[in-house]
Design a protein around this ligand. Sequence first.
Ligand code: T3D
Length: 257
Amino acid sequence: MFETISYETRGKTAWITLNRPVKLNAFTSLMHKEMVSAIKEANKDSNVRAVVITGAGRAFCSGQDLTGSPEGADYGDVLRKGYNPMVQALVAMEKPVIAAVNGVAAGAGMSLALACDFRIASEKASFIEAFIHVGLVPDSGNLYFLPRLVGHAKAMELAVLGEKITAQQAKEFGLVTKTVSEEEFMLEVETFAEKLANMPTKAIGLIKRYMNKSWESDLNEVLEYEAQAQKIAGESADHQEGLHAFIEKRKPAFTGK
Ligand code: T3D
């Protein structure tokens, strides 16, 4: 179905794998399009309640394919037509998205990881704001997500100096949820995805929607968003299930509805 990525569902989790290992999964315009299709597919499949994005081979993603850009290409257009729709689709997806960072995440590959809701990094993974080394600026939401995740000062340092950081450093800076040994990495990602997929999906989607909006809102607006979100969550089957499970002193079986 896809050339540059693979897409499969396993249980309640959709797995999107960037699949150009020879180029360390560098992005091409086809890959942007395929990513958007896969993200939309995961979004509309009501059986999917968590999404994992990872890379084939030894890398997560090395960013833009530097050997593929035609000379004189308008990079603004590349962003508007390729990267931006991908990031927008990820953020709009009201399901949890995990970046399973199996190896190096460079340039827009790092941006992709930052745009996900959670990052689990193999101990072998690394992160590099590679843009500066080719005279470019961080893109694909990097200038938005990075300072929000690590703070302005650290974001400036990472973006301007472009030094590669290890998975452990990324954990210390608050970039990743957890780091895992190479041997346990896939099992840990599967377990984490399954845990999320069995949670109240509707409530997770609402948390994601309004937490993203909170950055541009004042307190009164956020209070109103919370009221709107709680009305929806309060009418969900999962809320009823949570209440019944509490009263009956059993584990809830959430359905995502
Ligand atoms: O349209 C636009 O251009 C605007 C948008 C820009 C968005 C961006 O993402 S700009 C930033 C682009 N990415 C980079 O600058 C990263 C370039 N790659 C690297 O710095 C290094 O490869 C890594 C740090 C990612 C990994 O280093 P290492 O030593 O582990 O691997 P390597 O030996 O450098 O790479 C292995 C192969 O992958 C190699 O090919 P070869 O020699 O075996 O035939 C290398 O050329 C290829 N490769 C790695 N990254 C890219 C790539 N090929 C094309 N594009 C890449 N980005």
